[in-house]
Design a protein around this ligand. Structure first.
Ligand code: HEC
Ligand code: HEC
Ligand code: HEC
Ligand code: HEC
Length: 499
């Protein structure tokens, strides 16, 4: 065999080639080293703590002293100006927009008031303002348990640490009014020592454990979704006294699996005021529906679209203005898609429009079903006759709510949303066929003349709701109780500063 020296002596160009390659390799290695150094410098700058942050520190402004860019963008979730065709952060009265919902939730406080979700910074104000939490004065209790605070505030993990998880949930919503005051923020998603993403809500960890999954082994990309799955999920309050926040995922996260879970434990959130069906209130299974969509299949995380990267003065950071990605298509979508903004917007709208068309038909059918069931009861229908009808209503509305309450579901997974809504329409239709037979046996002709429920006010009047009283009580609460809570919280947090 010839040695390399012999080869070079025979063909001098090989020598020059080796020399050239070496130069290129050294140059590239140099570039790589500089780039690594630069990135290290960047990260060090990002994590240079001006002031160390205590564990369970709830105040976003304290974290903000260390991380001004993330804090400023987080603060801009206060902005309510953006409206897309079906979403955005504006205050929109959903009962006004879809009056059928008043009928669907008859007998449950959702029929009093229900608004579109806004940015995270509004979470505390919005839960105080909503009629559903009631509580006119210092002594009356809220119709809601303390569990309702769980997805609203950075004070929740702090309180769970202090009081114990079970004790936290078990209290009345009013009991923690002067403790839970800082809106959703840094502490909910980050470890203050390392700034790594972390899960602070026990319900998610427990739900994974029951399915034999260890959350602490989640990948970094999975964590960029799981921090959102602490709150944007379906859940219920387990136990009449305990009100322990629980995700019904033991058999899976599909609409059928959760329905089977609730049926097996005979759980219901309330009994419908018109149809008397044992109802389930779907929460907001954003994570569960997202899992069935193409983006989840391709490993795209919630944060990829809702928290895209931004650059400022050469520093790359994560945009903490969590909002509708349609307000920032360039950053949120065009990192992966080459289509124009207009095309992408159109892609989203065309999917949403189709699903929402189907959803509206289900709402109409369900409202009619509840009213017809009430008429059947009024005409002396028996429990035995109504049993299956009520089960069909329960399942139809649960399926509708699963698809409707997942605010982004119409885009995250249009196919799954439509499939679920289709089965809801089928079940509502079946209930109406049976109701028609029950009514016919009593000489009532169908279709019935239905009441005018074409506006929120008309639908609420049909249910006999005393909205004036509810509104007056809320006003009293906001004027008398909330300032007390705020001054006590300010005093307590003032002491935290002194410590
Ligand atoms: C591929 C990008 C993408 C991913 C991934 C994604 N979303 Fe969305 N999300 C959207 C779009 C687009 C909308 C529709 C916004 C609109 O209608 O204005 C939306 C809507 C929402 C909404 C309703 C907001 C509004 O303004 O109406 C919520 C809440 C939401 N998503 C949460 C999540 C959560 C939680 C995850 C992960 C489990 C997630 N999203 C994953 C793109 C995404
Ligand atoms: C809803 C969850 C959530 C909240 C609330 C949140 N963050 Fe983040 N944060 C994230 C995610 C997701 C990332 C991206 C992490 C990654 O991919 O490594 C991130 C990244 C960061 C980083 C790393 C640098 C960067 O920009 O990527 C810092 C620093 C940070 N956040 C600070 C904050 C501060 C300060 C607050 C409160 C004002 C806050 N975060 C609130 C989810 C959150
Ligand atoms: C601690 C609970 C919690 C966590 C964690 C959380 N959210 Fe939210 N999110 C909420 C609540 C509550 C609201 C409604 C606030 C309101 O209306 O006052 C909301 C509202 C939203 C909205 C509607 C805002 C708008 O302007 O349209 C979007 C989008 C959203 N969240 C996405 C996310 C994403 C993405 C993550 C993870 C990176 C996440 N959320 C993490 C509780 C949470
Ligand atoms: C991190 C990369 C990534 C981001 C960010 C992203 N997408 Fe996608 N998107 C994908 C991938 C991958 C697919 C699957 C298509 C494929 O594999 O060829 C997809 C598919 C789609 C589809 C077709 C889905 C269907 O119904 O068949 C639409 C529409 C879409 N994306 C819109 C958006 C919009 C709008 C945004 C921003 C809100 C966005 N995407 C953000 C990677 C991304």
């Amino acid at each position: 065999m010839k040695s390399i020296v012999q080869i070079i002596q025979e063909r001098p160009w090989v020598g020059w080639l080796i020399f050239g390659l070496t130069v290129v390799v050294v140059f590239l290695a140099g570039l790589l080293a500089t780039s690594i150094m630069e990135r290290r410098g960047e990260t060090a700058a990002l994590f240079q703590m001006v002031k160390p942050i205590a564990d369970w520190e709830p105040r976003n402004e304290v974290w903000g002293e260390n991380f001004p860019r993330q804090y400023q963008t987080y603060q801009s979730t206060l902005d309510t100006t953006f409206r897309s065709k079906h979403g955005g952060g504006a205050m929109i009265d959903h009962l006004e927009k879809y009056p059928n919902l008043v009928i669907l939730w008859a007998g449950y406080p959702f029929s009093w008031e229900y608004n579109q979700a806004r940015g995270h910074y509004h979470a505390i104000n919005d839960i105080r303002n909503i009629l559903r939490t009631g509580a006119p004065n210092e002594t009356t209790l809220s119709p809601m348990p303390a569990t309702c605070w769980t997805c609203k505030s950075t004070d929740v993990p702090r309180m769970m640490k202090e009081k114990g998880i079970g004790e936290f949930y078990k209290a009345n919503w009013k009991d923690w009014g002067d403790e839970v005051v800082n809106p959703i923020g840094c502490q909910d998603c980050h470890d203050p020592k390392t700034m790594n993403l972390r899960i602070t809500r026990p319900a998610l960890i427990e739900a994974f454990e029951r399915r034999g999954k260890d959350l602490s082994r989640a990948t970094h990309q999975e964590m960029r979704t799981l921090v959102c799955a602490q709150c944007h999920v379906e859940y219920y309050f387990k136990g009449k006294e305990e009100k322990y926040l629980t995700f019904p995922w033991d058999g899976g996260t599909s609409v059928e699996a959760m329905e089977a879970y609730y049926d097996a434990i005979e759980f219901s959130d309330w009994t419908h005021a018109l149809s008397r069906a044992p109802m389930l209130k779907g929460q907001h299974p954003d994570y569960e529906i997202y899992l069935t969509g193409v983006h989840a299949e391709r490993g795209v995380a919630c944060a990829d679209c809702h928290m895209p990267y931004r650059s400022e003065g050469g520093v790359k950071f994560t945009d903490h203005k969590i909002q509708s990605p349609l307000n920032s298509i360039a950053a949120a979508c065009q990192v992966c898609h080459r289509e124009s903004e207009a095309t992408l917007m159109d892609n989203v709208y065309s999917r949403q429009d189709k699903v929402i068309e189907l959803r509206s038909r289900v709402e109409e059918a369900l409202a009619k079903t509840h009213i017809e069931a009430k008429i059947a009861w009024d005409r002396g229908a028996t429990e035995a006759e109504m049993k299956e009808v009520l089960q069909l209503i329960r399942h139809a509305q649960w399926r509708w709510d699963y698809a409707a309450a997942s605010h982004g579901g119409t885009f995250h997974s249009p196919l799954e949303s439509a499939r679920v809504l289709g089965s809801a329409l089928e079940k509502a239709g079946e209930a109406r066929v049976r109701l028609a037979a029950i009514l016919e046996r009593r000489g009532v002709k169908t279709p019935l003349e239905l009441p005018d429920i074409s506006t929120k006010a008309k639908a609420q009047a049909y249910l006999g709701l005393n909205m004036e009283k509810l509104l007056a009580e809320k006003k009293e609460f906001l004027e008398k109780v909330v300032p007390l809570w705020d001054s006590r919280a300010a005093e307590r947090q003032g002491k935290m500063n002194a410590d």
